[in-house]
Design a protein around this ligand. Structure first.
Ligand code: NAD
Length: 486
């Protein structure tokens, strides 16, 4: 039985209750975890508050060294971590390895900044000195979704710990196992007890206490836009800082002069990686009329080769959806698009056979000529189904791309630099990839505009979201003119 990790030790829930974690591919119980409640969170917050004194006073270099140690431990255990991740989340094992490596990379990226974190100095009038300090905030809460349970936790852990904050983490209720093990490994790198804590349990109970607890000064949240609005509302009562990484409906625009082979590959990976359950997945594909038929033909051929199956098998490229409800929602969105006249190019059905019976599998689905008002275009379609729309030119493509409440990622494919720059400037999104697959870099800030979020993760910018900026003015007593020879 898995445990939560609080104050440097494994713990059961105060209530003694547990939750079963099931494999989305087989329905089998992978493990059980404690069903924490508000009291468990309060204990974790108390431990984190106590640890703050020691941790925040430790030199940044030392904190960076300890984080480097954590990176080594994560890498040494990547096989075990990846296997657990596939079992609890459903993703293909090769994608689990990528996620664990991404997590280690993110921690390493922030650990490497230990020597370069800086504040500022300003020479003020009247001989006064101005200093700008970057101070840790205190106890920060991290709330993480189920689609990338480990890497999205890393985006918060890296900058939060480097800056000297202590943490209480809440993983998604259905994916607590790998995250808890990672927290244990980070602690084992030599962190004082209570610096990093993880409390497992329902969002409405454990998550809610993190939002409300007055000792928590900042919340790093990743999840749905609806939940994000609630986070902001509750956080407002105490003027807590929030970073919100929310839903997206990323447009991909393919112009008539694009390298079609590379674009086809990017569309396939972009939509079907993690079974389509990624915030920055390609969720709307806009094709110039001239290349639309050829593109759809090539994409269909590529997508038909995706091997569906239990993610634990090496050959699997497309695992199950994470939950029954998730699959039903995608099926409903596809049905809605078909009802409005969309043509099914491939997919739509549940794969048949004994190996698929107990899992939440769905064939990768491509839909052509989708109505711009269809649910899967307007809402966030979080699964393996891609709506394709034809456009006459770049202006129409940009106009359609911006017809969304979301603004997370986006991509444009063209060999014309003027077109590329126009799209990159005009698309309302936090990120635009030009002739590139939608891949995240720790080196660049990432986050949404409009209802896709608030604040940024990754990049140097992420450090600003885990520190308070404080100004100090020092007045030096006026000295008389320095006399020569003194
Ligand atoms: P979700 O909002 O349902 O849950 C996210 C987390 O919030 C979970 O840990 C959940 O337990 C917790 N939670 C739920 N109710 C809560 C409450 N009342 N108080 C506090 N916490 C609560 O999201 P999900 O379904 O797990 O994740 C999928 C969503 O996340 C998608 O919309 C996706 O686009 C988005 N996402 C965004 C990014 C990004 O960086 N922008 C990255 C990944 C996923």
């Amino acid at each position: 039985m898995a445990k939560m990790f609080v104050a440097g030790e494994f713990r059961d829930a105060k209530s003694g209750e547990v939750t079963e974690i099931r494999n989305p591919a087989t329905g089998e119980v992978v493990d059980t975890v404690p069903k924490g409640n508000a009291e468990d969170v309060r204990d974790a917050v108390a431990a984190a508050a106590e640890a703050f004194g020691v941790w925040s006073r430790m030199s940044t270099t030392k904190r960076g060294e300890l984080l480097q140690g954590a990176v080594r431990l994560v890498r040494e255990n990547e096989k075990e971590l990846s296997t657990t991740l596939t079992k609890e989340q459903g993703k293909p094992i090769r994608e689990s390895f990528l996620e664990i490596r991404r997590f280690a990379h993110t921690l390493e990226h922030y650990a490497g900044m230990a020597k370069t974190l800086r504040g500022g100095y300003v020479n003020l009038d009247d001989g006064r000195y101005g200093f700008i300090l970057k101070k840790p905030m205190g106890v920060v809460g991290a709330i993480v979704p189920w689609n990338f349970p480990v890497s999205l936790m890393g985006n918060k852990v890296g900058p939060a710990l480097l800056a000297g904050n202590t943490m209480v983490i809440k993983p998604a209720s259905s994916t607590p196992l790998t995250a808890s093990r990672c927290v244990e490994l980070i602690h084992r790198a030599g962190l004082p007890k209570g610096v990093i804590n993880i409390v497992t349990g329902p969002g409405g109970v454990v998550g809610e206490e993190i939002l409300q607890n007055p000792k928590i000064r900042k919340i790093g949240f990743t999840g749905e836009t609806g939940t994000g609005k609630h986070v902001m509302e509750v956080a407002a009562k105490e003027i807590k800082r929030v970073t919100l990484e929310l839903g997206g409906s990323d447009p991909m625009i393919v112009c008539d002069d694009a390298d079609l082979d590379r674009a086809v590959s990017a569309a396939s990976v972009g939509r079907f990686f993690n079974c389509g359950q990624a915030c920055l997945a390609v969720k709307r594909l806009y094709l110039f009329d001239k290349i639309a038929d050829t593109f759809m033909e090539r994409l269909t051929a590529k997508v038909n080769k995706l091997r569906i199956g239990d993610g634990i098998k090496r050959e699997t490229l497309l695992g199950p959806l994470h939950t029954k409800g998730q699959r039903e929602e995608v099926e409903e969105m596809v049905a809605d698009a078909v009802k409005r006249g969309a043509k099914v190019l491939t997919g739509r059905k549940r794969p048949q056979g004994p190996e698929f019976d107990k899992g939440f599998f769905l064939q990768p689905t491509l839909l052509a000529d989708v109505d711009p008002d269809a649910r899967m275009v307007v809402e966030e379609c979080f699964g393996p189904a891609l709506p394709i729309l034809r456009v006459k030119n770049l202006d129409e493509a940009i106009e359609q791309a911006n017809r969304s409440i979301f603004g997370l990622g986006s991509s444009v494919w063209t060999r014309d630099i003027d077109r590329a720059m126009r799209a990159a400037e005009q698309i309302e999104a936090g990120y635009t990839w030009v002739n590139s697959a939608q891949i995240i870099y720790d080196e660049l800030p990432f986050g949404g505009v409009k209802q896709s979020g608030l604040g940024r993760e990754h990049g140097n910018e992420n450090n600003d979201y885990y520190t308070e900026t404080k100004s100090i003015v020092v007045a030096i007593e006026k000295r008389s003119e320095v006399v020569g020879g003194e």
